[in-house]
Design a protein around this ligand. Structure first.
Ligand SMILES: Cc1cc2nc3c(=O)[nH]c(=O)nc-3n(C[C@H](O)[C@H](O)[C@H](O)COP(=O)(O)OP(=O)(O)OC[C@H]3O[C@@H](n4cnc5c(N)ncnc54)[C@H](O)[C@@H]3O)c2cc1C
Length: 371
């Protein structure tokens, strides 16, 4: 067992010792340095809770939020579910992830449809020798410009059948794979995002995850883990916003008194603290349930609620901090800068919150369709 706060403190300290993050061109070097700190380890008793504490500490120590997001996304949204979905003889496909030598991406979204996985137009056609021929284009994929292997969702069946999709682990240096230029994105710019084009790529049979037609089952597992735990990356930035806003409100003088002497300002800061507390409880609560052995399918409903709640709290925290920082909120290299775009992105990635609300309502028994 481990002391959660001790892990947070240790990784806060480690983050401040890491070399500065100068940009995406050295992304793989930063990724390896991060992995060297044990950040991508996914084994051992209590590892999920410990991993959440590591991310919280790194974020508190000021690690670039995009890099932290990328690592949390791979660990919780890809490695963790694949460890339960891959058969024992295929687990070697994950070798190298923990030490940063193998970087994975999750390729589901296409230009024509993100919210609706069954709008997928990428196809995988089974050949006589059992292999598949993959053709199509995925867009807006985190880490696509730098990843080695992609968990790619493709159509193996017709129409809107729940068995129309399959998932494949595809080597991104295979003949026929090409990558688009990194997107110039405003949210989480520290991790690159881009497209992947598959032009008749041969995918061996043993790269099919689970079985043909199980794509939505695989996606249900990856997205539930991600919704439950990815926001661990944001706990540190949220706490930093709170700490900075407390210090600023105590020091900044307006109307012959500290700004924080205003009941309205103090109340807003207190609301930030309530939200930070709620987010930590929710994310660590999910982590503990995974560590206790609860199966991911039993956590999907709660994971959707946690994702909605934490991303919306994150956005409110960034908004309040930004408002109280005044003009500094809008100047990138000033203390008080409020990264609203990264916080807002949380309502879109890992399932748009509006669509997750629909699935929560369905789980409650309302007769609402899933879109
Ligand atoms: C930072 C970031 C990282 C990402 N990383 C990845 C990645 O690694 N891999 C990947 O595959 N994708 C990734 N995505 C893409 C993400 O999965 C999609 O953006 C998401 O699924 C929504 O798809 P869309 O952007 O095409 O929006 P659309 O599907 O066009 O929807 C736009 C908005 O309309 C609303 N909406 C649409 N339909 C409905 C409906 N029926 N009911 C209610 N509201 C609705 C929602 O608010 C939604 O946000 C990432 C996105 C972001 C922002």
């Amino acid at each position: 067992m481990f002391e959660q706060d001790a892990v947070v403190d240790k990784y806060r300290e480690l983050a401040s010792g890491l070399p500065p993050f100068p940009g995406r061109d050295r992304f793989r070097a930063h990724w390896r340095e991060l992995a060297g700190l044990g950040v991508l380890n996914d084994t051992g008793d209590g590892w999920v809770t410990e991993a959440v504490a590591r991310f919280e500490g790194l974020g508190l120590g000021g690690l670039d939020p995009g890099l932290c997001y990328g690592a949390a996304s791979q660990l919780f949204g890809i490695q963790m579910p694949l460890r339960t979905l891959l058969s024992a003889d295929r687990l070697a496909l994950l070798d190298g992830t923990a030490d940063g030598e193998l970087l994975l991406c999750h390729a589901s979204t296409e230009e024509g449809g993100g919210s609706d996985p069954l709008s997928c137009t990428t196809t995988a056609t089974r050949l006589d020798d059992g292999s598949y021929r993959l053709s199509g284009r995925k867009a807006f994929i985190t880490a696509a410009p730098v990843a080695d292997r992609g968990l790619v969702f493709a159509r193996t069946g017709e129409g809107r059948s729940p068995f129309a999709l399959s998932a494949f682990l595809v080597d991104l240096d295979a003949p026929g794979v090409s990558r688009g230029a990194p997107e110039d994105k405003s949210a989480l710019p520290g991790v690159p995002m881009g497209s992947l084009t598959f032009d008749g790529v041969t995918v061996p049979e043993d790269r099919l995850v689970l079985r043909e037609g199980a794509g939505l089952t695989v996606m249900a597992a990856t997205t539930a883990c991600e919704r439950a735990l990815l926001l661990s990356y944001a706990l540190g930035p949220m706490r930093r916003l709170l700490e900075d806003t407390v210090a600023w409100s105590a020091d900044r003088r307006q109307f012959d008194r500290p700004m924080g002497a205003s009941h309205q300002v103090a109340g807003r800061v207190a609301d930030m603290a309530v939200r930070v507390h709620r987010c930590r409880e929710l994310v660590y609560g999910m982590a503990r349930r995974f560590d206790e052995g609860t199966a991911v399918r039993h956590l999907a409903h709660d994971a959707a609620m946690v994702k909605i709640s934490v991303t919306e709290d994150h956005l409110r925290i960034a908004e309040t901090a930004g408002m109280l920082a005044g003009v500094r909120a809008f100047i990138r290299d000033r203390a008080g800068f409020a990264d609203l775009a990264s916080a807002l992105a949380g309502s879109v990635y890992a399932g748009p919150n509006d669509l997750l609300r629909v699935s929560v309502a369905r789980g409650l028994g309302l007769p609402v369709g899933n879109h």
